[in-house]
Design a protein around this ligand. Structure first.
Ligand SMILES: [Zn+2]
Ligand SMILES: [Zn+2]
Length: 381
């Protein structure tokens, strides 16, 4: 089966995305063809566009989508029906020790399954430009490459919410759920899984973008009593307060660590902290802001200089730890149905941090995200 679709193609690093016509052949036996309703834009997309993670072009990015099943691969006929509503997430193998022990974000094949692939079959591309030369396009970014109206999606990247939640959502509601599969589960999972934030405890969130705001909503849900949001953009801090932050700090430069500590004196600093910025100086301030037995977590990839200076003796004498985590160490088919329920119960108002754009205005959406004007742009198809 051939599907001709509009897609946002990255021709070269550092350039705007282009709306182009692309042909998708499939689904293969272990794939589902999904009609995408909406795709969130995530910082990893911007990281790839800037060329920080080099791979071949032209490529279709996009890895935070919601949509409906349009066609089912022959190996998956019992699991999906045409019209099922789905949320897309990262891919994993399901067989390695990480996958078998409920840590699919650390799948041994994570990189190969989530980096763009050429989707060739017998040497012929299954994803190519709708031009006479049918030149190949790289796809399957995070198992989906969902910057397209139709996407060929790996089976383990699909969460079937019709099956797991028994839902038939209005289209606009489904569109708001697009970021659940990356940014929102990263923030939620960081709080619930990686840090294990507890009721009555303190948490500092460095960077109030979509991941940071999701962490704040999760911390509120578990009953943390001090939730501090730190950012450079005042409007984001106002939103952080609305979503559950008890304190906000407009980046206070050299006194940042002490300013955070002063808000949480009970343990001589915060018990938990998350950095979403990937900026070394901010991460160092995060570690310095920890109190006794404090745990700090990096979830924001570094654009440059991924190195830190940490005072080992302080860590030992205070029983502190510094961790990293990807995708909130989430098990998507467990956490995403829960996040859908949280959204429907009003405890996860992702719509407050999102702004919809027609997919044809993708480059304006990206510019608004880079400037801080929009926290979470969602492209509507
Ligand atoms: Zn992402
Ligand atoms: Zn695996």
């Amino acid at each position: 089966m051939e599907t001709v679709t509009d897609a946002l193609v990255m021709r070269n690093f550092g350039e705007d995305l282009r709306v182009e016509r692309v042909v998708a052949k499939g689904p293969a036996p272990d794939e589902v063809l999904v009609e995408i309703a909406a795709t969130g834009i995530c910082h990893s997309d911007l990281l790839c566009m800037s060329g920080n993670l080099p791979f071949p072009t032209p490529t279709i990015l996009g890895h935070e989508a919601a949509g409906t099943v349009a066609a089912v691969g022959t190996g998956l006929l019992g699991s999906y029906s045409v019209g099922d509503q789905v949320i897309l997430t990262f891919d994993s193998c399901g067989d390695c020790n990480s996958c078998k022990t409920d840590h699919p974000a650390y799948c041994h094949d994570f990189t190969s399954r989530n980096a763009p692939s050429d989707l060739s079959d017998d040497g012929k591309p299954r994803l190519h430009m709708a031009t006479p030369d049918a030149s190949p396009v790289w796809g399957k970014f995070f198992g989906q490459s969902s910057f397209a109206r139709y996407a060929l999606v790996s089976s383990r990247s699909i969460i079937n919410i019709t099956a797991s939640c028994g839902l038939a959502l209005p289209r606009e509601e489904l569109q708001y759920l697009a970021p659940l599969g990356c940014g929102v589960q990263t923030g939620f999972g960081s709080v619930m899984n990686s840090l294990g934030v507890t009721a009555g405890s303190s948490l500092a969130v460095f960077g109030a973008g979509a991941v940071g705001l999701s962490a704040i909503m999760a911390a509120k849900a578990v009953g943390a009593s001090i939730i501090i949001a730190i950012d450079l953009v005042e409007s984001r801090l106002a939103l952080a307060k609305e979503l559950g932050a008890t304190h906000v700090l407009l980046n206070s430069g050299t006194t940042l660590a002490q300013d955070v500590k002063d808000i949480a004196p009970v343990d001589r600093g915060v018990r938990f902290a998350i950095d979403t910025t990937g900026v070394s100086s901010v991460i160092e301030a995060m570690v310095q802001s920890l109190g006794l037995m404090g745990k700090a977590l990096s979830v924001g990839m570094a654009y440059a200089n991924p190195e830190l200076k940490i005072d080992i003796n302080q860590m030992i004498m205070s029983g502190q730890s510094y961790l990293g985590c990807i995708e909130g160490d989430s098990v998507p088919d467990k956490i995403i149905p829960r996040l859908v329920e949280e959204y429907r119960n009003g405890r996860l108002p992702v719509d407050k941090m999102a702004r919809m754009y027609p997919y044809t205005e993708c480059n304006r959406a990206i510019a608004d995200m880079r400037s801080g004007k929009t926290v979470k742009p969602i492209l509507v198809w």
